[in-house]
Design a protein around this ligand. Structure first.
Ligand code: PEP
Length: 251
């Protein structure tokens, strides 16, 4: 039985006081980590404080990106070593906004996934198609290519531990959610890709989230699907009461 993972992605939102208020309200209200994994992926400047404040609670703190190198002349970047030192436990990699706006490639995402494992961070690897790709019937091939490239070179044990977030780009921040059947169809395909590319044990273990305009009103139906093991949530993770409803749904 796979445990659901509900991860909030705050993106470039909130100021320090708002981040603190959110954490104070929610850190002791999220269900125990035996029932569901609850994660907030916050902007870099808040990470240290939020990790300190959530110590001993079931709420985990993640980052939204990182560089794959440990250190060096990469102005403006943050390394996996720095994140690990802070006590961060998850990192979102290859979000479609990073792929589209910052031109991140599948190769870079793969290097980051390796770097995450080298530093004991759990990668949440985002994959998903554009509207044009969906309309051209390229969804499955596109997502398959992204998943294989992201997992390239991992050990079977590592591959079993990744979290893959299936996020159709046309559903992110648009209010337009994939139907639960559309979402599950792609998540089922991703699990099959993992079975073929790695092995059946890894496919059975890997957690696959859906992301794209998830909110309290649609989360139950999405999470009830056979191959959806959680959600990566932008807009609806910004308010504590809404985030708490989402993690409750993951129990
Ligand atoms: C996201 O940021 O990954 C996301 C899915 O955003 P939203 O929930 O706002 O669509």
């Amino acid at each position: 039985m796979r445990k659901q993972v509900i991860a909030g992605n705050w993106k470039m939102n909130k100021v320090h006081t708002e981040a603190e208020d959110f954490i104070q309200t929610s850190k002791n209200e999220v269900p125990s980590s035996d029932q569901v994994e609850s994660v907030i992926c916050a902007p870099f400047p808040f990470l240290q404080k939020l990790v300190e404040e959530t110590k001993g609670t079931p709420l985990e703190i993640g980052a939204q990106n990182m560089h794959f190198e440990e250190k060096g002349a990469f102005t403006g970047e943050v390394s996996p070593v720095m994140l690990k030192e802070l006590g961060v436990t998850y990192v979102v990699l290859g979000h479609s906004e990073r792929r589209e706006i910052f031109k991140e490639t599948d190769e870079e995402v793969n290097k980051k996934v390796h770097a995450a494992f080298n530093h004991n961070l759990t990668p949440i690897i985002c994959v998903g198609e554009t509207l044009d790709q969906r309309e051209a019937d390229q969804t499955m091939d596109h997502v398959e290519g992204q998943v294989k490239k992201a997992l390239e070179g991992l050990t079977d044990e590592q591959a079993a531990k990744v979290i893959i977030a299936y996020e159709p780009i046309w559903a992110i921040g648009t209010g337009r959610t994939a139907t639960s059947e559309q979402a599950n169809e792609v998540c089922t395909h991703i699990r099959k890709v993992v079975a073929d590319f790695v092995n059946s044990d890894a496919a059975e273990a890997v957690r696959i989230q859906y992301g794209g305009s998830v909110k309290p009103a649609n989360v139950d139906e999405l999470l009830s699907q056979s191959d959806i093991d959680g959600a990566l949530v932008g807009g609806a993770s910004l308010e504590a009461d809404s985030f708490l409803k989402l993690v409750e749904a993951g129990k």
